[in-house]
Design a binder for this molecule. Structure first.
Ligand SMILES: Cc1cc2nc3c(=O)[nH]c(=O)nc-3n(C[C@H](O)[C@H](O)[C@H](O)COP(=O)(O)O)c2cc1C
Length: 352
């Protein structure tokens, strides 16, 4: 397939090629969660990628885990995002805001409210997080009550409505990478005894309720859903592949705009997902190189391939890729936090 010139319809969006911008946290929002003016410039610079999936954005104050991540639940957030979506649209792009509730992967020192993180169960993740005073392990989270789980579904629904008011073309539900929705899916982080824990059906219930509630609010054709089966650092139980088959089959009934798989190890599972999902499938293979970017498009396993670090470091990624030109390397020191350096100042071919 000529990847650079084969159009595709993804939900409500018509895309002219098969690459997209992968969601990437950059930790440059204001302390209250309002995106900065620089965010508008950063995304507009990358708009040739067509579908831009934004950095993870918390649907509520409790959804924040990292420093300076944006939110989408206040009027200030909506006004800030409006500048970003306007800039992307003016440059010809399509934007889906990624709704990310960090759950237990959160540190009270990183939030304005300093409350304990919330999670399916009171089980701490095994990791360290960057805080204003250095690296620190997150505390044991507080388990959400059943009513609070339902209230969190509502937070997602309202955040999606806010994203649309802010001018987004859609939202991506972050069900991947060990954050709240994933914490419900994985047995090791979910020891609940109510309808949200235990069986595969119960552990998938929160994810499905979030997608269903948002579909009722903004329409299924404006929703993407991201999963990451077997992502390192997340203890997934032996029957996780079956859980994902069940989850994908249930999500497929909703007729969402797309499914987005961050793929690690299980090739059989990826093939099964492809056959269970009749809509557009976005696939990122962990650890791929620039030479591998088209393999899943060519084999038919993927319809769209989002680009992460290469697009972060190359605002003109598409132009360089087409020309076979050298790529800038990402600067690891400026990935998270700071200002324009390492954000909006990566050189394009014309300025190299
Ligand atoms: C700086 C950085 C921030 C990221 N933040 C997010 C995020 O907010 N949400 C998400 O789903 N994935 C996030 N990811 C994962 C990327 O979307 C992508 O899956 C990963 O980088 C692999 O793709 P790549 O090899 O093209 O970089 C992040 C990756 C990087 C490098």
């Amino acid at each position: 397939m000529p990847v650079l010139s084969t159009p595709i319809t993804v939900g409500n969006a018509r895309l002219s090629h098969r690459f997209a911008l992968a969601p990437m946290t950059r930790s440059r929002a204001h302390a209250d969660g309002t995106p900065s003016e620089l965010a508008a410039e950063y995304y507009a610079q990358r708009s040739a990628l067509g579908l831009l999936i934004t950095e993870g954005t918390q649907p509520s104050a409790d959804g924040q885990g990292y420093l300076n991540t944006p939110g989408i639940y206040t009027d200030e957030h909506i006004a800030g995002w409006r500048k970003v979506t306007d800039a992307i649209h003016a440059a010809g792009g399509t934007v889906f805001i990624q709704l990310m509730h960090a759950g237990r992967v959160a540190h009270p020192d990183n939030t304005a409210h300093h409350r304990l993180p919330v999670a399916p169960s009171a089980i701490a993740p095994v990791l360290e997080m960057t805080t204003p005073t250095g690296k620190s392990a997150p505390p044991v989270p507080r388990a959400l009550s059943t009513d609070e789980v339902k209230a969190t579904v509502e937070d997602f629904r309202l955040a999606a409505a806010a994203a649309i008011r802010a001018g987004a073309d859609g939202v991506e539900i972050h069900g991947a990478n060990s954050y709240l929705i994933h914490q419900f899916l994985a047995a090791a982080s979910n020891e609940r005894t109510d309808q949200y824990g235990g069986s595969i059906e119960n552990r998938a219930r929160f994810a499905i309720e979030v997608a269903t509630a948002i579909a009722g609010e903004i329409g299924a054709d404006r929703i993407g859903f991201r999963i990451s089966p077997f992502v390192p650092g997340m203890d997934e139980s032996p029957e996780a592949a079956d859980l994902y088959r069940y989850l994908v089959a249930e999500l497929a009934k909703l007729d969402l705009a797309y499914l987005h798989v961050f793929h690690f190890t299980d090739e059989d599972l990826l093939r099964d997902i492809r056959s269970l999902w009749s809509g557009p499938l976005l696939v990122i293979r962990a650890g791929r190189t620039i030479d591998d970017l088209q393999i899943d498009l060519e084999s038919g396993l993927a319809d769209v391939v989002p680009i992460g670090k290469l697009a972060l470091a190359n605002p003109d990624f598409l132009k360089r890729y087409t020309a076979g030109a050298d790529m800038n390397e990402p600067d690891w020191a400026t990935l998270f936090g700071g200002g324009a350096a390492g954000y909006t100042d990566y050189p394009t071919l014309a300025t190299v």
